[in-house]
Write a protein that binds this ligand. Structure first.
Ligand code: ADP
Ligand code: ADP
Ligand code: MG
Length: 471
């Protein structure tokens, strides 16, 4: 087994990984930059190292991180998600320095991180891909010609994109002429690559992704699917496992397809194969070669600790489960509670958390790095808490989600929590019929009141005090 792991990340995912290490008797090393001095991952790890004043540079410095791992006697690095998690150069540097990168081989990261290369390998493996350009686009003219061939609407997508950025839908040639340079400039700024490609836009699809686990000995299994159709601007807000809108045949088909995709590229460790589903048509969209934000809901329905499996796989052990051991039970929902103001175009709302009370009770899980008094730094992702609920039935998980969101108190910043209550109450969501257009199609769900209703207990207490003091 691994003895000591450096975690090249921050926030809730760093804490999640530290927790898995602690349960397995593995020592953990955290890194942080000055704005994260009071971060929970810094307090919780066995050792923590400051990597400078710049909020980001320390987390994005492959050489420094690998050197620190060597110096502190770590045998592995867990990259989490975001930051260097899909950086093939970083994985290569780990390999060169005999530090185990907890993820697939650097060549596989490179092949899958490049979305056009990934489409190519999937086409060869017989996995259906979204119709689109064969490789990257040479110029606007090629885009215009292909768009005519496939028919509008089409999407222009950054080849090295991620996190929902670098994607634009074009409904006609005028829009394509406008958007094409915008995607290129966004891709250059955000991902350091100007390469873009074209995909046919699948209208009103469902985003269905399959969690897979693969060890070094050729064993590949899937942990069923997650429905991530509730998105805003291509970013996930609420995730569901399993999807309430798949037939058993579709479920089996997609699970097997994901395993085939992983095998085709000799995948190793945990990964996610993302598909678009429309009617009975399934299209491969991309593969994320890392732990994903919403891995929690697959854990809740299968009972498999995915991070623990990642650490075991990295240590060279065989998977703890065969496919037939994986059963799913009930439904799980994850709410990404973001420090954003939905009523103000989801503007980030960073600042001090003056009061935080965690929801609890049966079937409730919270993954977060916040605490009362913590100041959310403005330099990072706005997601500050993942609220996960589980129940045996669909109806029950919806009610439990509502109850858990009611339980939670998070004061001092604006969050998306109250907005999610509106989504939970919508008949289309409750009936399990929704696609990626649900959020843009329901702007009226933003018309709610942010005022806290005083609880019955608080009202009774106020009445008792008033009666007692004559106030
Ligand atoms: P997931 O894919 O796990 O559902 P996201 O797409 O929200 O979650 O990505 C998780 C985090 O990683 C976000 O902070 C996102 O901005 C970041 N991220 C994902 N892909 C990239 C990328 N290619 N380049 C930079 N950041 C990325
Ligand atoms: P990222 O790497 O940023 O996660 P993806 O390729 O996974 O990018 O796409 C993110 C989201 O954008 C998808 O979940 C889906 O909602 C939407 N999307 C991407 N490609 C298409 C497409 N061809 N047709 C319709 N929607 C798409
Ligand atoms: Mg994606």
């Amino acid at each position: 087994m691994l003895k000591k792991v450096l975690i090249a990340n921050r926030g809730e995912i760093a804490v999640r990984i530290i927790r898995a290490c602690a349960e397995m008797g593995i020592r953990s090393v955290a890194i942080y930059t000055e704005p994260d001095r009071y971060g929970l991952h810094v307090k919780r790890a066995d050792q923590s190292f400051l990597l400078g004043d710049d909020p980001l540079a320390g987390y994005l410095d492959p050489l420094r991180i690998v050197k620190l791992a060597v110096e502190t006697g770590c045998d592995a690095i867990h990259p989490g998600y975001g930051f260097l998690s899909e950086n093939a150069e970083f994985a290569r540097l780990c390999e060169k320095n005999h530090i185990t990168f907890i993820g697939p081989k650097s060549s596989v990261i490179a092949g899958m991180g490049d979305k056009t290369a990934a489409r190519d390998s999937m086409r060869k493996a017989g996995v259906p891909i979204t119709p689109g350009s064969e490789g990257n686009l040479a110029d606007l003219n090629e885009a215009l010609t292909l768009a005519d061939e496939f028919g509008y609407p089409i999407m222009i997508k950054a080849t090295s994109g991620g996190g929902g950025r670098g994607i634009r839908r074009c409904d006609n040639a005028v829009e394509l002429r406008q958007q094409y340079p915008r995607v290129i400039s966004e891709a250059t700024k955000a991902f350091g690559s100007a390469e873009v490609f074209l995909e046919k836009c699948i209208v009103n699809p469902r985003h269905i992704e399959v969690q897979i686990l693969a060890d070094r000995h050729g064993n590949v299994i899937h942990l069923y699917e997650r429905d991530c159709s509730i998105q805003r601007r291509n970013q996930k807000l609420i995730e569901i496992a399993p999807s309430p809108q798949l037939t058993p045949e579709q479920r089996d088909y997609m699970g097997n397809l994901a395993v085939r995709a992983a095998k085709a590229v000799s995948y190793e460790n945990a990964g996610t194969v993302e598909f678009l589903l429309t009617g009975n048509e399934v299209y491969f969209m991309e593969m994320n070669t890392r732990i994903q934000v919403e891995h929690t809901i697959s854990e809740q329905i299968t009972g498999v600790d995915i991070v623990r499996e990642q650490l075991r796989i990295a240590a060279g052990l065989t998977l703890s489960y065969r496919q037939q051991d994986i059963q799913y039970r009930g439904y799980a929902l994850q709410f990404r509670i973001n420090a954003e103001d939905p009523k103000n175009d989801f503007l980030p709302s960073f600042g001090r958390i003056t009061h935080y009370y965690a929801p609890g009770g049966p079937g409730v899980r919270v993954d977060t790095a916040i605490y009362t008094g913590y100041e959310i730094p403005p330099y990072y992702d706005s997601m500050c808490l993942k609220l996960v609920v589980w129940a045996l039935d669909w109806e029950d998980v919806l009610n439990r989600g509502q109850r858990a969101l009611d339980d939670m108190r998070l004061h001092g910043i604006k969050t998306t929590a109250n907005y999610y209550k509106q989504i939970l109450n919508h008949p289309d969501f409750r009936s399990g019929h929704f696609n990626t257009s649900f959020v843009p199609d329901h702007p009226e769900l933003l018309n709610y009141s942010d005022k806290q209703h005083p609880s019955a207990v608080a009202l009774a207490l106020a009445a008792a005090i008033a009666a007692h003091t004559g106030w």
